[in-house]
Design a protein around this ligand. Structure first.
Ligand SMILES: Cc1cc2nc3c(=O)[nH]c(=O)nc-3n(C[C@H](O)[C@H](O)[C@H](O)COP(=O)(O)O)c2cc1C
Length: 203
């Protein structure tokens, strides 16, 4: 069964909740599954002390997940208008996957959560795309046929789903923010399925 890798980092649970909504959208497409993975936090003490398996939540991503997935949804909290260091750290370790092109030609989308409405969602989403372009991925955003993009009073951008978590990072996802996360999962699954269909040999 082809699988879409949903890879995220989340400190306070907002991006984790978005990842679950993206997975719900993937599940709407028959014949394709979501594989949810996270990354370990980076530490100034000693990263080798981190356990191989997290105490809770999905397993840590491995290079094999990149090879085996048919698409990628990448989620990060906004950190000063950019993706969080643990995800960047992981991508900085994917040189051999970049060389061998395991992600090339696969669709990808990005999602983020910020505390404040104008706290850098777009810059984060766009900068998250950069390593994915280098990996040769086909970047997928959200089309304005998702009408709630026109009316949202919270998160939701054409570059990908987003969420405004508020000053204490505890504001739940609005209905629209959830819908747009699900829309990204559905879109990735539809595109990945279409790309997986073998092209008929000429007779
Ligand atoms: C070091 C740091 C930098 C942050 N930078 C921003 C920022 O630039 N803009 C913003 O709106 N929120 C910023 N935040 C808040 C987080 O993006 C926000 O709390 C997010 O919802 C957390 O997602 P999570 O619950 O998945 O960890 C920052 C938080 C931290 C700890």
């Amino acid at each position: 069964m082809p699988e879409i890798l949903i890879l995220y980092y989340s400190r306070h649970g907002n991006v984790a909740q978005m990842a679950r909504c993206v997975a719900r959208g993937v599940a709407e497409q028959p014949g394709i599954h979501a594989r949810v993975r996270t990354v370990a936090p980076v530490s100034t003490v000693c990263e080798a002390l981190e356990a191989d398996i997290p105490d809770d939540g999905p397993p840590y991503v491995t290079a094999q997940d990149l090879t085996e997935c048919c698409a990628l949804a990448l989620g990060s909290p906004t950190r000063f208008g950019n993706m969080a260091a643990p995800l960047k750290y992981f991508f900085d370790s994917t040189g051999s996957e970049w060389l061998s092109g395991v992600l090339a030609g696969k669709p990808a989308g990005v999602f983020t959560s910020t505390s404040s409405l104008h706290g850098g969602q777009e810059s984060t989403l766009l900068s998250m795309m950069l390593p994915l372009f280098h990996h040769g991925m086909l970047l997928v955003g959200l089309p304005y046929t998702e009408r709630s993009l026109l009316t949202t009073q919270a998160g939701g951008t054409p570059y990908g789903p987003s969420h405004v978590s508020g000053l204490d990072s505890d504001r739940p996802l609005t209905e629209v923010e959830q819908q747009l996360c699900t829309a990204l999962g559905r879109r990735l699954a539809t595109i990945a399925s279409a790309l997986l269909v073998p092209t008929p040999k000429p007779v």
